[in-house]
Ligand binder design. Structure first.
Ligand SMILES: Nc1ncnc2c1ncn2[C@@H]1O[C@H](COP(=O)(O)OP(=O)(O)OP(=O)(O)O)[C@@H](O)[C@H]1O
Ligand SMILES: [Mg+2]
Length: 280
């Protein structure tokens, strides 16, 4: 079966000569239709770069990304992105933010009244799905961070994307709000039948949400290890205490530490504090 997303030997270099950064080297991965893939890894290992390449916001130096077998050549309504910062239009209400998604605006000149009606129906359905009905006529500044992010997700879903690309979407939220968002996004995924590629710094979040966790490593940015998550498809918060969950979390955290060069940093620090003790 054709994968939903096929990442084929993708390389990305920023800059030239001594300034060159190899942000991605030989990245290859197949993502199945309706799969939830999570990416973790040390800062600077190329997670956002890879996500932006899939989104068509960045071009690779070599290699290919295929969506349903067709090469990605730029952004499109079939892929929607959600970032850490909600980037809502502050002058529009919640409902208008959802209705006037950028992807829809592109096609606005060709829209008929039937399209507009259909869009209104979908906006209402998304408001209800995201628990935002009561906030429909509020402005972003009147909402909590968690609610603003729900608006951003509803807006991303408005164009019925086949793929949802999320870059640390819950990074700015507190732990309790984040748990609510986790269960919400699992529900959205089941209802909307959307393939999700999700970048996070939080290993627990990556395991809880993911069918597979992809660990990336820096210098050069690359895919290091792919961990299938040994949990039932329908997740609940209690699973975070299961040995299969905690064991995988420990394994991934250790591997991040090994690949990030943090151990060497720590050894240097210990040496330095040893030296400081000698001079005291
Ligand atoms: N536009 C750019 N110009 C030059 N270098 C860039 C650019 N974008 C990213 N880089 C570099 O490419 C590497 C990968 O960056 P990227 O943002 O993809 O990492 P990341 O894994 O998302 O990191 P973080 O976890 O901190 O968000 C880094 O070394 C970064 O400095
Ligand atoms: Mg990033």
């Amino acid at each position: 079966m054709t994968p939903k997303i096929a990442i084929r030997d993708v390389n990305k270099q920023f800059g030239q000569g001594a300034q060159a950064v190899q942000a991605l080297q030989h990245a290859s991965l197949d993502v199945a239709d309706n799969e939830f893939i999570t990416f973790v890894g040390a800062s600077g290992c190329g997670k956002s770069t890879l996500l932006r390449i899939i989104g068509g916001l960045e071009t690779q130096s070599s290699g290919q990304v295929l969506l349903d077998g067709a090469p990605v050549t730029g952004p499109g309504a079939d892929r929607a992105m959600v970032f850490q910062h909600y980037s809502l239009y502050p002058w529009l209400t919640v409902l208008d933010n959802i209705k006037f998604s950028r992807q829809l605006a592109v096609n606005q000149k060709d829209r008929t009244s039937v399209d507009v009606e259909r869009a209104s129906g979908r906006a209402d359905a998304l408001l209800s799905l995201m628990g935002l009905t009561a906030a429909a006529h509020k402005y972003p500044a009147q909402l909590s961070g968690g609610m603003q992010q729900r608006v951003a997700i509803a807006r991303a879903l408005m164009s019925k994307p086949r793929v949802l690309l999320m870059d640390e979407p819950f990074g700015a939220l507190d732990a309790q709000t984040r748990e609510v968002m986790h269960d919400l996004i699992c529900h959205v995924r089941r209802l909307e039948q959307v393939t999700i590629v999700f970048v996070t710094h939080d290993v627990e979040e990556a395991i809880y949400l993911g069918d597979r966790v992809v660990l990336m490593a820096p210098r050069p940015g690359r895919i290091d290890t792919i961990y299938p998550v040994p949990l039932p498809a329908a997740r609940d918060q209690d699973m975070k205490l299961a040995p299969a969950f905690t064991g995988l979390k420990r394994e991934i955290l250790n591997r991040i530490r090994d690949t990030a060069g943090m151990k060497t940093d720590l050894e240097q620090l210990q040496k330095l504090s040893g030296l400081a003790a000698l001079h005291a």
